[in-house]
Ligand binder design. Structure first.
Ligand code: SF4
Length: 209
């Protein structure tokens, strides 16, 4: 993508959706963290279905520990990898109690030490709840960044670093959501809907139609 096209690319996405929100449902920063951990290799819709009843019962790490791994599994058994995810959620809740007085830390380093929390999950929590201009590169952002030529890269970390370099400061806070939503609904994996694409004139994809 031409450098001069990056600003208008985001300006158009911003105009269409000035305050983009995560499609994951949560009630506070702790339940956001849990929802993001559960969403690995699962859809937001699937996670929301499973967490609706869970988050009516559980709002903090101590309540999750009290609920226990068995009951947690019952709530989330429709989500892929639920056994491992349940173990991680209980362990991370215990770690929050032991090391952070039950609070979710606002630090990448501390977040990434929690079981089941990698760079992507930490980025989502820092961006969505703490309002930091991080960009969590998921499958949609990886594809859109490469396909449009916005921030091509071989690995998610390459793409993340490139995005942080090329996305103008004024768009950094919401870039994460705009790119995810664009990839989820328009620039889809198998067949991008170029006919309905609002940023077609800025996209450098050779196969755009
Ligand atoms: S023109 Fe097509 S390939 Fe380019 S961003 Fe839009 S949907 Fe994706």
């Amino acid at each position: 993508m031409k450098k001069a096209h990056i600003d208008p690319f985001f300006a158009v996405l911003s105009e269409r959706n000035p305050e983009p929100k995560s499609e994951l449902e949560y009630t506070n920063v702790y339940t956001l963290l849990v929802a993001v951990v559960l969403s690995a290799q699962a859809t937001d819709v699937g996670v929301n279905k499973a967490t609706k009843a869970l988050f009516e019962k559980v709002a903090n790490p101590q309540q999750m520990i009290d609920l226990g791994e068995g009951q947690l599994k019952d709530h989330i058994k429709t989500i892929g990898l639920f056994n491992t995810k349940a173990k991680n959620v209980i362990k991370l809740s215990q770690m929050l109690m032991d090391e952070h007085e039950g609070e979710v830390p606002q630090s990448r380093e501390a977040l990434e030490k929690l079981p089941g929390v990698g760079r992507k999950t930490a980025n989502v929590v820092l961006n969505v709840f703490f309002g930091e201009p991080t960009i969590a590169v998921d499958t949609h952002i990886f594809r859109v960044s490469n396909r449009t030529g916005l921030a091509p890269g071989k690995t998610v970390l390459d793409v993340e670093k490139k995005l942080l370099k090329v996305v103008p400061e004024q768009w950094q806070l919401h870039a994460h959501h705009w790119l995810i939503l664009h990839g989820r609904y328009i620039c889809k994996a198998r067949k991008p809907d170029c006919g309905a694409c609002p940023v077609i004139e800025y996209c450098a994809f050779k196969g755009k139609i």
